[in-house]
Design a protein around this ligand. Structure first.
Ligand SMILES: [Fe+2]
Ligand SMILES: [Fe+2]
Length: 241
């Protein structure tokens, strides 16, 4: 079964859809908005203290503001279908259950902070690009501003990584890259995920987890190689495939 984009235009249309569709939209959006709040916490609580100068501290504040904006955009879509995400504002990073990654808690250097944005937020961006073609139009509309902002987040991460490479050389940066790379690839989720197949069936995602991950690797590899970094062998340091 497959839906054409635009099939589910409004909350009223959403409530006419089968329970499975409704549950998938709910789950996807809850995970998305929780991820945005995690992003805000990362920038304020973890990256801000590491920021080496006033410019980078300001960037962290700006990014946190944008991640909160993204939360608000997603929370509005959820509110229209009867889910109040406000309680998430009172949660700490460890309370959060939809978006599990330790990729953030291990960030304790400025290079890791750069890798987080350059590669981790690039994964988020590629998932958002799929959501931009969502069969639920409210989701597709929501992603527009988010995608614009996330391009900037990724580009800033890339600048940080490039400046570390200029200063210390690609060989020195490679080990940190391999850790960030493995964690970021894990963000796509398990390859045998039933939910991922259902998202695609209902037009809520374009690619299954494994296809999305493979496409990401193909997209990133040339630019990483051009920076002097080498894609590790498949599966290295990965938690799950
Ligand atoms: Fe975001
Ligand atoms: Fe971001």
């Amino acid at each position: 079964m497959s839906l054409n984009t635009g099939a589910v235009a409004t909350p009223a249309d959403y409530f006419k859809m089968p329970a499975e569709y409704q549950e998938l939209v709910m789950h996807q959006l809850r995970q998305h908005v929780e991820g945005e709040l995690i992003g805000a916490s990362d920038y304020l609580e973890i990256f801000y203290p590491l920021a080496p100068d006033v410019f980078e501290k300001k960037v962290c504040c700006q990014r946190a503001l944008e991640e909160i904006d993204h939360f608000m955009l997603g929370a509005a879509v959820l509110a229209d279908i009867g889910f109040d995400a406000t309680y998430m504002l009172g949660q700490t990073i460890s309370d959060r259950k939809y978006y599990k990654t330790e990729g953030v808690t291990v960030v304790d250097t400025w290079l890791k902070r750069g890798m987080f944005s350059f590669i981790g937020e690039a994964v988020v961006l590629s998932i958002l690009e799929e959501m931009a073609a969502s069969s639920y139009v409210r989701i597709a509309e929501m992603t527009r501003q988010v995608i614009i902002d996330e391009h900037v987040h990724v580009a800033h991460g890339r600048r940080i990584v490039e400046s570390c490479i200029r200063e210390h050389g690609a060989v020195a940066v490679q080990p940190e890259f391999e850790i960030a790379w493995a964690m970021s690839l894990d963000l796509f989720g398990k390859s045998d995920s039933v939910r991922s197949d259902k998202y695609v069936e209902w037009g809520l995602r374009t690619y299954t987890n494994s296809d999305a991950r493979r496409r990401f690797i193909e997209r990133m590899a040339p630019q990483l190689e051009a920076m002097g970094l080498h894609i590790p062998e498949a599966g290295k340091l990965r938690k799950f495939l």
